[in-house]
Structures are given as C-alpha cells and as structure tokens.
Design a protein around this ligand. Structure first.
Ligand code: MN
Ligand code: MN
Length: 453
C-alpha cells in the first residue's frame, strides 16, 4: 500500500502484535548502545533461534542457519536457500554504530577542582545537544595481558551518571551570538567525572584509584580502550497515545533490529537470505568492520565454498551480481516544525511505513546509489501483494544538504541495491523519534522481501 497511513489499517490483533513487537524493540534499544553491545545481543538472539557459528560448520545445505562475527563489531547471518546460491542472495544490510562522543586516548585531566575526560565526537552530531544532560560511558578497556574489561557507567541500577557542563544564560551573551555549529566547540565537549578530594589524595588521584578499584584499569590503560559516551537511560514510548518511541540510536538500530528479526522469524527460503549489520557508517563506512571492508565478500565466499564443496572466484562474482539488497537505513521524516527544508511531495511521513530512497547523495545526487526502476517495480509488487505500507522520499529539498548510506558500497559489488528504512525525527540527536507503525511495517516489509524477491 503506497502512501497510505498505516495506523488506519490495523485491527485489534494487528495492534497487539505491533505494540508487542515495539516493546521488544524498546528493550533491545535500551540495552544495546554500542556496536559491540548490538553484536553480542544479536548473536545471542541468533543462537537462540538455532543459528550456528559459520567457523564451526564444515558443509552447508538448504535450511541451514549460520552467522559470522567480525571482531565483535560486525555480524552477518544467513539462511541457506533451496535454490543454487549462484542465483543470488537476498540481503538486508543495516548499520549498528550511532553518533556519539568517544573518549580520547589520553583523556584524564584535573582543572580547577574538577576531573574531566577529553572526548572526540564520532559522526555528525549537533554539539550543543550533548551538553547539560545525563550521559553514560559504554565500551571496553583491553589490558596488556589481553583481558577485556567491559565498562558500563551510568546505565546500571544505582550507577552515577556523567555530564558535560554548559554556560548559564546570564553569562552567555558572547556565546549565544556564535553560529550554531560553534556555540559549543568540539574541544569543549569534556565530561565531568569528579571533584572530591580526600586527606591523602588529590581529586585526580582519587578518581584514578576508583577506576582501579571499581573498574579494574589504570590511567595508562585508556590507551587501549574503546569507550563511548552515550545518553543514559532507556528508550520510552512517546505521546499520550504511545504511538512513537523516543530513544538514542534509532539511526540505525531501528533498521538493524527489524532486519535481524526478519531473519530470525523466517524459516525456509527459496533464495539464500542474509542480514548484515555493519559498523562505522556514521564516519564513512571505513575500516575492517565497516561496509567498505572485504569481510562481507570473504564471508559469502566461505558460505559458497561450504555449500559447493569447492570454490572459485567466478562463483562469488556470479552470486554477487545476482543478489538483491535492501540497504536498511533511516530517512528524514517530515517535521511540521521545520517544513521549509522538505519538499512535501517527496518527503516521508511518520506512520506511512517503510521508506524507499531511490537515491541519497548531495549537490545533484553526487555520491549516491541510484536504484534501477526495474528493481523498484519488483519491490512495489512484493509489498502490495503482502499488504505492507511503504512510501518514497528524498533527503529534504534539493541542495538543502544531503547524506549517504552503505547502499553505494554494496552496489559497487554489482549487487542490486536500494535504501529502505524507517522515517526518523531529530535524527542524530541524543534522543531520536520513530513511529511504532513504521517499525512494524519495516519488519513486515523486510520479511516479505527476503521471501519473495
Ligand atoms: Mn544511518
Ligand atoms: Mn546517521
């Protein structure tokens, strides 16, 4: 169903299913705030549904379910289809990193009776949104002996929280005259973590001893850490009608979760189906765990060789060329408070379902994957046949800005790719907004896609 409000079609059973699905998503989002946490949680869900680690499997046949884990930050899962894998794979690809602040390698300092941690922001944040609010630290510290310490300060019952201070308006005359992107400068995003002296310790010495005693690492160990500062607290139902969700990291865990659930809740498939969750999209999909990594190709090569019992490079190339991908990523939902940056005919609206972006990019579609109409026509038929609500969108008015996804990267492997995701308000803010109807329609759409494309 194209360009129709999804809420209108639901009967009571549909609504029960929709709210139950969204409650499960709210839990997933609240409990998993980094790419590492999402990877671990995803593997747990996959194993519960009988997916086996690909490394532990010698040969594969139709109906088998496997997953692969790349460095704990990037995961993909396959259901082996009845058809020859050379006929192509149906892929749902989403990213599991979200904008945030990362702690620097030499972060700890004392300044005028406070101890602070220096940060370097990750991804496209609006800096002034991250000050004067409760924050948590999630991540890992790896010691020289190889021990990995998991850190979560701020999201456990009874934990303290952390914050970045802001200037009071009474003294903000000069600051408030600055342009929005420099009202708060990147180097001013330092996290306050303590200010108590003891009889025998300075403020900083006291903090270091707490880190050692309570968390098991010392100041130098920050060098081999990956610590991310994220908003503390759980995602919540939003609106008196409880129709939306306010939470950190919908971009792009809303598409990651719905894509993963589509695979988890599917049994038999004709064509081999896959869900891949990647890291580093927010900074250009770079690195070994980003979409540009060869890891996905390598993993598909391994799946092919375990199905065929032998391998040559042409098998991989043929498989990739015959594959269909939904690059599952969020889209900018129409916001009535900022209607001037949208072109209404080509905007997506909360509640109207799974959103397709034929192209993204900026300044004349530059840098985008421009999906083929042949592919879009196939998808329209599948969604209409399966009663899924969907819509199409552009990222705002022409020349208003722009953005990218992992679509063009997978398209470079000569796969058929289009962006398809959930509309979001306040994208990249510490708290983003989605409609529960769109979360549910995305799930239904992804399931219909892997079964039918
Ligand atoms: Mn995204
Ligand atoms: Mn993003």
């Amino acid at each position: 169903m194209y360009k129709k409000n999804a809420w209108e079609k639901y009967n009571e059973t549909d609504l029960n299913n929709l709210f139950k699905f969204n409650d499960e998503y709210i839990d997933f989002l609240s409990n998993n705030k980094t790419e590492r946490e999402v990877t671990i949680a995803s593997i747990k869900l996959l194993e519960e549904k009988g997916f086996k680690n690909l490394d532990s499997i010698k040969s594969l046949k139709a109906g088998d379910k496997v997953y692969a884990n790349n460095r704990g930050k990037n995961v993909c899962a396959f259901i082996i289809g009845k058809k020859d894998i050379l006929d192509g794979i149906n892929v749902l690809g989403a990213h599991i990193d979200s904008p945030r602040l990362d702690i620097k390698q030499n972060p700890l300092y004392e300044d005028n009776e406070f101890v602070l941690l220096d940060t370097h922001y990750y991804g496209g944040i609006i800096k002034y949104q991250w000050v004067a609010r409760a924050l948590a630290i999630h991540g890992v510290v790896v010691l020289k002996d190889g021990t990995t310490i998991k850190v979560n300060i701020g999201d456990n019952e009874g934990d303290p929280v952390l914050c970045i201070s802001d200037l009071l308006p009474h003294l903000g005359k000069d600051k408030l005259e600055k342009r929005g992107n420099v009202t708060v400068e990147g180097e001013d995003l330092d996290l306050t973590i303590g200010h108590m002296k003891t009889k025998d310790k300075s403020i900083k010495e006291n903090i270091v001893s707490i880190l050692e005693k309570k968390y098991g690492f010392n100041e130098e160990d920050f060098v081999s850490s990956e610590l991310e500062i994220v908003p503390e607290g759980k995602a919540r139902s939003l609106g008196i009608d409880e129709s939306m969700i306010l939470g950190y990291g919908h971009d792009d865990r809303v598409c990651a979760y719905t894509s993963l659930r589509a695979i988890l809740d599917t049994n038999e498939v004709d064509k081999t189906s896959c869900c891949i969750l990647v890291d580093k999209e927010e900074i250009g999909s770079v690195g070994a765990t980003g979409a540009h990594s060869r890891w996905f190709e390598n993993t598909i090569a391994s799946v092919i060789s375990k199905i065929k019992g032998n391998y040559n490079d042409l098998y991989l190339k043929e498989t990739l060329s015959n594959s269909y991908v939904l690059s599952s990523d969020v889209s900018a939902g129409f916001d009535p408070l900022y209607s001037n940056v949208f072109e209404k005919k080509n905007s997506c609206f909360l509640g109207y379902g799974l959103t397709f972006n034929k192209y993204t990019g900026a300044r004349g579609k530059s840098g985008c994957n421009d999906a083929s109409p042949e592919y879009i026509a196939k998808i329209r038929k599948i969604l209409d046949d399966n009663n899924v609500n969907y819509q199409t969108a552009e990222l705002g008015k022409v020349d208003q800005g722009g953005g990218g996804t992992i679509a063009y990267i997978l398209a470079n492997l000569n796969m058929n790719v289009i962006d398809a995701g959930v509309p979001v308000l306040s994208m990249h803010a510490p708290c983003e907004v989605v409609s529960k109807a769109d979360v549910y329609e995305a799930y239904l759409g992804y399931k219909a896609f892997i079964k039918n494309i």
